[in-house]
Design a protein around this ligand. Structure first.
Ligand SMILES: NC(=O)c1ccc[n+]([C@@H]2O[C@H](COP(=O)([O-])OP(=O)(O)OC[C@H]3O[C@@H](n4cnc5c(N)ncnc54)[C@H](OP(=O)(O)O)[C@@H]3O)[C@@H](O)[C@H]2O)c1
Length: 278
């Protein structure tokens, strides 16, 4: 890599996730002239040109030409077609390949290209769209330390980052944090409904629930205590929280959440097999 501070990055697919990462990169000082994007949708390209003065392409090949890092940012079902459109170029240029596509294993992508490349697989989540995401990253053995640092700084542009040392664990990341926002939304949905049933206006119930979720996340983020300990601290004997938690436990909340995460991890591994076929 010639310029590891700011190598040329080509994004294939300029949708929601790529745009968020690009926004974060520009905010962190990445020069717009070092970022390229290809997308078949003219409106999407124009948006990125207007917002960030990026170099945008309709053709994936022109976008990838000379890039040192290529980010695969299309939907999983479009990924094979997108990779095949630039396979020979990738095989000649051997850039660092970063895939943010959910559920597609590195072996499938490398198989479509026909040559081993340094490869980083990323599982982001939707709060990345508001720079509050968390991503799990896996690096293939061909990647160098500077390449791993580079991939990490890409994803740090939209939130926190953790590394896993076995690609199978990307399925676990998917079941925990990839699908995780929806678990919290489900809980919020039910709490809001119950607040309304018990007399609050919908607006008041939503404010109370959303701010409680935000506050709980901030509190745990700034504390060294484990969640169980923080919960114990707000659960006085004979009090309201104890009554609520006891009811939830008797109704099976532990099994529901553990089983839910497990089902999502399993589904992620099934989808990897389904989408990742050669
Ligand atoms: N959004 C999230 O929160 C999230 C979370 C975790 C993982 N991801 C992963 O991130 C990836 C991108 O998701 P997204 O939400 O950003 O999707 P998106 O908004 O649909 O963006 C993908 C863009 O790529 C374009 N595209 C389709 N085929 C292409 C091709 N052959 N060459 C170049 N561009 C092509 C699409 O155009 P068309 O609209 O014409 O198809 C679209 O503009 C997905 O693989 C997803 O699994 C996203």
């Amino acid at each position: 890599m010639s310029n590891l501070d700011h190598p040329v990055i080509a994004f294939i697919g300029g949708g929601n996730m790529s745009s968020s990462i690009i926004g974060g990169l520009i905010k962190s000082g990445w020069p717009a002239k070092k970022i390229r994007v290809s997308d078949p949708v003219a409106e999407q390209r124009q948006k990125l040109i207007t917002q960030y003065s990026l170099h945008c392409f309709e053709d994936n090949g022109a976008c990838v030409d000379g890039a040192e890092v290529v980010v695969l940012g299309v939907k999983p079902q479009m990924l094979k077609e997108a990779v095949l459109s630039v396979a020979s170029q990738l095989s000649e240029q051997t850039p660092l390949l970063v895939s943010i596509a959910a559920g597609i294993p590195s072996g499938s992508i490398i198989g479509w290209i026909g040559r081993e490349l340094p490869f980083i697989r990323v599982m982001p989540n939707t709060p990345a769209l508001v720079n509050c995401g968390v991503s799990g990253l896996f690096a293939s053995s061909l990647t160098t330390k500077p390449q791993r640092q580079l991939a990490e700084s890409l994803m740090r542009a939209v939130g926190e980052v953790i590394w896993v040392n076995d690609e199978k664990l990307i399925d676990t990341v998917t079941g925990v944090s990839g699908s995780g926002p929806a678990y919290f939304f489900k809980m919020m949905e039910l709490m809001i409904t119950e607040g309304i049933t018990n007399g609050l206006t919908p607006a008041a119930a939503k404010t109370l629930v959303v701010e409680t979720a935000r506050g709980a996340a901030s509190l745990i983020g700034s504390s060294s205590l484990e969640p169980a300990e923080l919960r114990r601290q707000v659960t006085s004997p004979g009090g309201t929280t104890e009554a609520g938690i006891r009811y939830m436990e008797q109704a099976g909340i532990d099994d529901a959440i553990r089983g839910g995460v497990k089902a999502a991890v399993l589904r992620s591994s099934e989808l990897s097999k389904q989408f990742g076929g050669n």
